[in-house]
Design a protein around this ligand. Sequence first.
Ligand SMILES: [Zn+2]
Ligand SMILES: [Zn+2]
Length: 160
Amino acid sequence: MSNKTNIACPCGMNTQHSPLLYDTCCGPLHANALKAASPEQLMRSRYTAFVMKLYDYLIATHHPEYLHGLTASTLAQSPEIHWLTLQIISSSITDLQGQVEFQAWYKDETGIDAIHERSEFQCIEGDWLYTQGEQFDAIFPKRNQACLCGSGKKFKQCCL
Ligand SMILES: [Zn+2]
Ligand SMILES: [Zn+2]
């Protein structure tokens, strides 16, 4: 993965307006060098794993009782998605349960859309694992807000 270590982490994590690099953000989680300290950190690393097609990591961080037959190879067969950005809406922890609501934005021929989901997580022996999620309609930016594709233009002048 050495060629990926200098890139801004796809999950969009930043400190005071400078983005974290992949190798100080989701990279160590993907390399098994670090455990996610929170459901939100796990969620970010799973988004980045989708962007980077790290399907084994997605399976390893998915609670086995909730996989329902999903495997790394079925994930690899899913259609190619051009991911744009991850937007965390809220996250919370209660004991060993966590919730993260997010929108994962992507672009296709018809424009931009998002997976809007409230995901559930469980901490099992120190490992946060994804269990299941409830999906909602995407909430789009207002016309004058910045476009989510990262162009720097207003939404109405870009992907709307
Ligand atoms: Zn990251
Ligand atoms: Zn745009």
